[in-house]
Design a protein around this ligand. Structure first.
Ligand SMILES: Nc1ncnc2c1ncn2[C@@H]1O[C@H](COP(=O)(O)OP(=O)(O)OP(=O)(O)O)[C@@H](O)[C@H]1O
Ligand SMILES: [Mg+2]
Length: 507
């Protein structure tokens, strides 16, 4: 589906590909190469690969434990600049680098408002910005543009700060009943010496893989819409400053904000602003109160992940409840024709966000990923908390091929030598299975805590007994253990929880 050539805020773009409509939230099944994809036939074609045998196992392991009180906070991307540089050198392979070399042409485009001094300053930053500007131009076909705050946030827009992430503040900008999400990241650049010591500023190389992944997945059902990225120079506009000051959850007044007050930024501060479709509310903030909602969230995420595996050998690697967004719609009447159907009855729509730790093979064969070994802190979260056990399970599996989780103490610096040559560049779709298992446990707990009907939950658990067995790390592959989200998607289709028509209509 071609995107409408209307943009209702920001500077008017001269390049069609950049033209997105504010609030547009309907990714199509058309890939970035222009070919129409049919997830059903893709997934169905994998069916023949399944040769399932059954064996009962004791399944008491998946009791979901929340990550409250964990030793690891949301700051898990924080790495020292030395190891960061190393990890990102490795995050694009040799062939990727040679293929991008010819493309760089000083790819930062300037708006009419850029004066001579800012151009001079930017040229000093070019080398640092190069990994971002090169890949942006390569993937999008046009240069990353410098915008100013007034162009980005139109007069009269309502701006609300909705989240603080590891290195980003997230704002919702609404106007005329439509909304967009802006992720603001201050970049560490030479022309802004203060940024070098700022705890909240981020190395340019750290954001490259996430932007490339957003660009690749934007058209695909169940993944966040990536509208545009902007470089913005100087102190944010008054609307942002007001939203920062008025934010209650991350409040500067009571010291719960990790970010500096934007009014104190100097004119040479440089921000990367990622403009996304508004995907709604994070699952963490949604009480899942009826069983149709639980089914829709669970199946929606499985199918999206399965399709992304097929298209991009995608692994999310961080799919907890703050990286899944929910939008509510009208519940659909139950289709009496298909008594097994579970999906599509609540009106809920799920969107997967945050590819900070994710991995994919792009259509030009570039491997894009974050080297999770560049900072082992993420593997040192409190033992027994399911989210942090899931990171440890991913790393244990990457290194050993086994499904046994090595404990926190195992994941020390010394353990880097035990990788048997395996790196995070590899495609190991079992990580998606681990996060599906995580999601199942989380949803059941959320439902129970939200006062959901316990009889409905018992029926759900009965219906998912076999699926749960096959998600269990103790189940052997020869006995049906899932190895990928594609496997799980096939199971969901075989059970007729989602209809063929629904899969082709996913949009
Ligand atoms: N497109 C979106 N629609 C709605 N909310 C969003 C969107 N993108 C981000 N958010 C909100 O902002 C939060 C942080 O965004 P995101 O997870 O992408 O950042 P991050 O830097 O990768 O975070 P972290 O490293 O802390 O997980 C999300 O948990 C969510 O609350
Ligand atoms: Mg996140």
């Amino acid at each position: 589906m071609p995107r409408p050539k209307v943009r209702t805020y920001g500077k008017k773009k001269c390049i069609d590909a950049a033209c997105t409509i504010f609030g547009e939230e309907s990714p199509s099944l058309i890939s970035s190469s222009g070919t129409v994809r049919d997830p059903l036939s893709d997934v169905t074609s994998q069916l023949s690969k399944l040769n399932v045998q059954h064996e009962e196992v004791d399944n008491d392991e998946d009791d979901w434990l929340p990550s409250n009180g964990s030793e690891v906070t949301g700051q898990h991307h924080q790495v020292n600049s030395e190891s960061q540089g190393q990890s990102h050198k490795r995050s694009i392979d040799a062939s990727d680098q040679s293929s991008t070399r010819a493309i760089y042409d000083g790819s930062v485009a300037y708006t009419a408002s850029s004066d001579d001094s800012s151009i001079k300053e930017l040229s000093l930053d070019d080398i640092v910005l190069k990994p971002l500007t090169e890949t942006y131009k390569k993937d999008r076909g046009y240069s990353l543009r410098i915008t100013n705050w007034d162009d980005l946030i139109p007069q009269g827009a309502d701006v609300e700060k909705i989240a603080e992430a590891s290195f980003a503040e997230v704002y919702r900008v609404s106007i005329d009943g439509q909304s967009s999400i802006l992720k603001l990241m201050q970049l560490k650049i030479p022309s802004d010496p203060l940024s070098a010591t700022s705890k909240s500023a981020i190395e340019v190389e750290t954001v490259v893989s996430e932007i490339r992944l957003m660009n690749a997945l934007t058209e695909h059902p169940g993944f966040v819409t990536f509208k545009e990225a902007h470089l913005v120079r100087g102190k944010p506009c008054p609307a942002i400053i007001r939203a920062y000051c008025n934010c209650r959850k991350w409040s500067p007044a009571n010291g719960t904000s990790e970010f500096p007050n934007p009014q104190f930024f100097l004119p040479n501060a440089l921000f990367l602003v990622i403009e996304l479709g508004d995907a709604g509310i994070v699952l963490d903030d949604v009480p899942v109160q009826n069983i149709h909602q639980l089914w829709d969230i669970f199946i929606g995420v499985i199918i999206s992940l399965g399709c992304a595996e097929l298209w991009f050998k995608f692994e999310h690697r961080d799919l907890h409840e703050s990286n899944i967004c929910i939008k509510f719609g009208e519940p659909k009447p139950i289709d009496g024709e298909n008594p097994s159907q579970k999906y599509g009855l609540s009106g809920i729509r799920t969107t997967i966000i945050d590819y900070g730790l994710s991995r994919a093979t792009l259509q030009n064969d570039d491997r894009v990923y974050y080297d999770m070994d560049s900072d082992l802190a993420i593997f040192h979260g409190s033992p027994g908390h399911t989210q942090f056990d899931t990171y440890r399970r991913m790393r244990s599996h990457l290194f050993t091929g086994e499904r046994k989780m090595h404990p926190k103490a195992w994941h020390d610096e010394q353990s880097k030598a035990w990788n048997e040559g395996h790196t995070w560049r590899e495609y190991i779709p079992y990580t998606n299975v681990l996060w599906i298992k995580y999601l199942l446990g989380y949803l059941k707990k959320n439902f129970r805590d939200s006062g959901g009907n316990l009889e409905d939950l018992r029926r759900f658990e009965k219906d998912t007994t076999e699926l749960k067995r096959r998600l269990d790390p103790r189940t052997l592959v020869k006995n049906g253990a899932f190895t990928s989200a594609i496997d799980v998607s096939i199971y969901v289709q075989d059970m007729e929880w989602i209809t063929d028509t629904q899969i082709t209509e996913l949009d």
